[in-house]
Design a protein around this ligand. Structure first.
Ligand code: ADP
Ligand code: ADP
Length: 228
């Protein structure tokens, strides 16, 4: 389970990007974090993956309590959470296969497990034919599929995606969300920050809406209007 209690984040320049947010996400949920640009979505999800610490309040993910966690525990948290970024963040000099395998090598997985698992996740995202390609030889949608494969290769309990369709056309975006839904059906909690209204409205899941740094709506199967 994921819990945020009274979480506030103020940046050094004085901007309070998240204000007193309380929320709970159960294992296996699919949750959108929505809101206009500048609302605080990215700040919220960065706190969930421990990239940013809150100014006040507490964050817990399963057995990890961020307020008492020691630096030595961060690598274990990183195995527990997979992350997908808007801009893919693939390693340009590594092939598709190597980008995904690298995520297992850094946690010192046994070599014998790496190959089978990498081929398995690349199959799951439909890239088994492109193992030897480099990122710049792939479309944006394919690069994002590599980054999803990399995020799940170590079997995280939680997958966090920050605007994963932000650089993709509508059809490719749909394909990426299909994959996220399949991963979720496999009992991984998925948290997706997005301002893609078409996706949110067509594939309804729990919505957490952020506006001006506050959680202003928490609705199962909610839709995202065009009132902005
Ligand atoms: P969103 O992801 O919804 O677009 P962000 O979390 O990126 O929103 O930003 C929320 C607010 O925090 C905005 O006002 C933004 O300008 C500010 N902000 C984001 N990152 C920083 C930073 N590193 N330093 C100062 N202010 C920031
Ligand atoms: P092949 O005969 O097609 O190379 P393999 O069973 O040896 O078949 O490997 C399947 C794919 O996995 C290969 O296409 C290769 O790209 C990739 N692969 C296997 N091991 C590695 C590795 N250590 N580094 C990079 N890619 C690898």
């Amino acid at each position: 389970m994921i819990q945020m209690e009274n979480v506030t984040k103020q940046y050094a320049n004085g901007v309070t990007a998240i204000k007193d947010v309380n929320l709970e996400i159960q294992d296996g949920e699919f949750v959108y974090v929505i809101g206009p640009s500048g609302a605080g979505k990215s700040t919220l999800v960065k706190m969930l993956y421990h990239e940013l610490m809150p100014t006040s309040g507490t964050i817990k993910i399963d057995s990890f309590d961020f307020s008492t966690m020691k630096p030595a525990e961060v690598p274990f948290l990183r195995r527990h959470i997979g992350i997908v970024f808007q801009d893919f963040k693939l390693l340009p000099r590594l092939t598709v296969y190597e980008n995904v395998a690298y995520a297992m090598q850094v946690i010192e997985a046994p070599d014998a497990e790496i190959k089978d698992r990498v081929l398995e996740v690349l199959g799951l995202v439909g890239l088994e034919q492109k193992l030897r390609r480099f990122p710049d030889e792939l479309s944006g949608g394919e690069q994002q599929r590599v980054s999803v494969a990399r995020a799940i290769v170590n079997k995280p309990k939680v997958l966090i995606a920050d605007e994963p369709t932000g650089n993709l056309d509508p059809q490719t975006s749909d394909e990426i969300v299909d994959i996220l839904e399949r991963i979720n059906a496999n009992s991984t909690t998925v948290i997706m920050a997005t301002h893609n209204k078409d996706i949110v409205n067509e594939r309804q899941h729990r919505l957490l809406e952020i506006a001006g740094g506050r959680l202003v709506r928490d609705e199962e199967g909610g839709t995202y209007g065009n009132e902005e």
